[in-house]
Design a protein around this ligand. Structure first.
Ligand SMILES: C[S@@+](CC[C@H](N)C(=O)[O-])C[C@H]1O[C@@H](n2cnc3c(N)ncnc32)[C@H](O)[C@@H]1O
Length: 209
């Protein structure tokens, strides 16, 4: 009897047409042998961000620059169950589509990807979606000075007074300079800089008169 049962279970597993289930994006990428080359949010910064999002369960809209394979987007979709996410990315990595596929399967109709250079696409999107505002803005795109500066500056179009803006990768000199310029020019206000391990980021608000 046990012998028959064993083969029955084996047959169900072998011939099952159900698609495999995955624990999370990382598990999906590992099982599908997708190799990711660019870094993403992780470790203490990820833990900090999750805690921050848990304190704001009513976020309904999040915008980010820098999708990469979607790890930060997954954090937003998972921990802000009411939120839609709009992510801007230049699309330089082929694996972006794998991440997008998994997130669309797992969190249907909640993620939009806007392809292209953020120096152009952010303004274009804002013009095409007049008045669209977000609760949380996450800036984690180019590490070049001018692009990082324009990313911070242009994303203000999506902010209200109470919108939080987080700028990642302040451990990188060019990004830090871009952030400092935005503080000096009064684009940002009430910012707090965090440093954990080798990573650093800032969170604050946009300045409105
Ligand atoms: C550090 S990765 C983002 C990591 C992601 N936020 C995460 O934590 O999972 C930076 C991303 O910015 C994108 N990027 C670089 N320059 C860009 C630009 N000018 N416009 C839009 N995206 C850009 C890259 O394609 C890359 O996917």
């Amino acid at each position: 009897m046990r012998f028959i049962l064993f083969f029955l279970v084996l047959a169900v597993n072998v011939f099952s047409t159900e698609s495999p289930t995955y624990l999370n994006l990382r598990d999906y990428l590992t099982k599908n042998k997708v190799r990711v080359t660019e870094g993403s949010i992780s470790g203490p910064e990820e833990t900090w961000l999750v805690q921050f999002l848990k304190k704001h369960p009513n976020f309904t809209s999040i915008a980010e620059i820098g999708f990469n394979v979607g790890y930060s987007a997954e954090i937003f979709l998972k921990h802000c169950p009411k939120a839609k996410v709009v992510s801007f990315d230049i699309g330089k990595h082929e694996y972006l589509k794998d991440g997008k596929k998994y997130l669309d399967m797992t969190y249907p109709d909640r993620l939009s990807l806007v392809f292209g250079d953020s120096k152009k696409t952010v303004n274009k999107y804002a013009n095409q979606n007049k008045g669209e505002k977000f609760n949380f803005i996450f800036i984690d795109g180019s590490h070049e000075y001018l692009t990082a500066y324009l990313d911070i500056k242009n994303m203000k179009k999506f902010a209200r007074k109470n919108t939080y803006v987080m700028i990642d990768d302040l451990q990188l000199l060019k990004v830090r300079d871009a952030y400092n310029r935005c503080c000096k020019e009064g684009i940002l206000t009430n910012c707090k800089v965090y440093k954990m391990g080798w990573r650093s980021w800032a969170i604050g608000k946009y300045h409105f008169r």
